[in-house]
Write a protein that binds this ligand. Structure first.
Ligand SMILES: Cc1ncc(C[n+]2csc(CCOP(=O)(O)OP(=O)(O)O)c2C)c(N)n1
Ligand SMILES: [Mg+2]
Length: 384
């Protein structure tokens, strides 16, 4: 799979050409304009964990990747349970999408590269260095979790769909202007591709050759809207062609495929080759958020098809078949992770509640008069 093979943009027209003659020579023919030649979807592991290509990472690294995917899965399950007990705010689990976010994060160098999340990427964020205790505090709505720890190259999560993308391009362009070797991984969903911010961000990134990887997690749904209702494009990856850079689809439930694809895109970006759009084809096995009930709209059979494509199951089968770990080892790992989560949750609960005045800070660089008067009113009324 070569970067050249990903690109399919047409040459710019010659501005000196005689347009009237050209029009006669090439009458309008709209047949087939819907098709864009795209490379096939990248896949390394089949559904049962059988290798189809040479593995792109060592088995030791694959085991570490699996551990973080599992940590993300168990974290989300624990948080859904805590939310049902009324101990957490609304949250968006990434269940079923762990290979997409962890595989992409593994292709970065956390010392130089930036992770720009949406809200469903916790597993990948854990790989990049976001601490578990802060992750719990995020889901209880504690503002401390919205301050990215110093030295961690990550932006806070973003709930406004695609709102992170123009900022991610600014970040990437800024790195380039400073001759910083870093690249940016910006993650969003299939629904995000309908937002103006998505198109503006991709356009600018293409023109500026910003060192950025746009990772679209096509998880089949934008709440209850299917991808078919979202776009008439055959794939989401092909949208990159219009912006003059490569777009590629990979199997988002295959850790190896996501890792290899994003690694190549990272290398291009670092070498000055500009952006890549990667569409990771995956599926949301859990809820849109804890405020959602997918049984109201999701066909049961569709869900079951994707349960069999679970990225964790696929990696387990691979690791066992290679003799990297056995069933007992996997169970021990699961127990260790549950214990880690218990300790981190306990730690999170020790964090004192913030002073309510905290919420008035960090809104503007210099607080507006309106916010100042609201704070005064709050102080006058007392804190009861
Ligand atoms: C700008 C904006 N419009 C609408 C919403 C309401 N909303 C929240 S999540 C969501 C669906 C997003 O779907 P997708 O981009 O596929 O991401 P996913 O939730 O599937 O990860 C919508 C429309 C929002 N948060 N922001
Ligand atoms: Mg989606």
């Amino acid at each position: 799979m070569s970067p050249k093979g990903w690109s399919s943009s047409a040459a710019n027209p010659d501005p000196t050409a005689d347009v009237s003659k050209a029009a006669r020579a090439a009458p309008a023919n709209l047949d087939g304009v819907r098709s864009v030649h795209m490379p096939p979807m990248v896949r390394f592991l089949d559904q049962d964990g059988e290798l189809l290509e040479d593995r792109p990472m060592s088995d030791e690294l694959a085991l570490e990747g699996y551990r973080v995917m599992l940590r993300g899965r168990r974290f989300d399950e624990r948080c859904v349970s805590l939310q049902r007990q009324g101990r957490m705010v609304t949250l968006a689990p990434g269940i079923g999408q762990e290979a997409a976010t962890v595989g992409a994060a593994m292709a970065l160098d956390p010392k130089t590269d930036w992770f720009v999340p949406q809200y469903r990427e916790l597993a990948g964020q854990l790989w990049h260095g976001y601490p578990l205790t802060l992750a719990f505090l995020w889901h209880v709505g504690h503002p401390i979790a919205f301050h990215v720890p110093p030295g961690l190259n990550m932006l806070p999560f973003q709930a406004a769909i695609a709102g992170q993308l123009p900022q991610a391009v600014g970040l990437a362009w800024g790195l380039r202007l400073k001759s910083d070797p870093g690249v940016v991984l910006a993650i969003f969903g299939d629904g995000g591709t309908s937002q103006g911010d998505f198109h503006e961000a991709l356009n600018l990134a293409g023109v500026m050759k910003a060192p950025i990887i746009f990772l679209c997690q096509n998880n089949g749904w934008a709440i209850s809207t299917t991808v078919e209702r979202q776009t008439a494009s055959e794939t989401l990856a092909q949208k990159a062609v219009a912006y003059g850079f490569p777009g590629v689809q990979c199997d988002g439930n295959d850790l190896f495929a996501v890792y290899a694809t994003v690694r190549e895109a990272v290398a291009r970006a670092r070498d000055g080759g500009g952006p890549t759009l990667v569409e990771a084809v995956t599926y949301r096995l859990g809820l849109h958020t804890t405020a959602d009930d997918p049984t109201r709209y999701e066909p049961r059979e569709m869900h079951e098809v994707w349960v069999d494509r679970d990225p964790l199951r696929r990696m387990q089968l691979y690791l066992i078949s290679q003799g990297v770990i056995d069933r007992a080892g996997l169970e021990r790992m699961d127990e260790d992770i549950k214990e880690e989560l218990r300790v981190a949750w306990e730690e999170a609960q020790k964090e004192p509640a913030p002073d309510p005045s905290y919420y008035f800070g960090h809104v503007y660089a210099s607080p507006s008069a309106r916010l100042g008067s609201q704070l005064n009113r709050f102080e006058r009324r007392g804190r009861g």
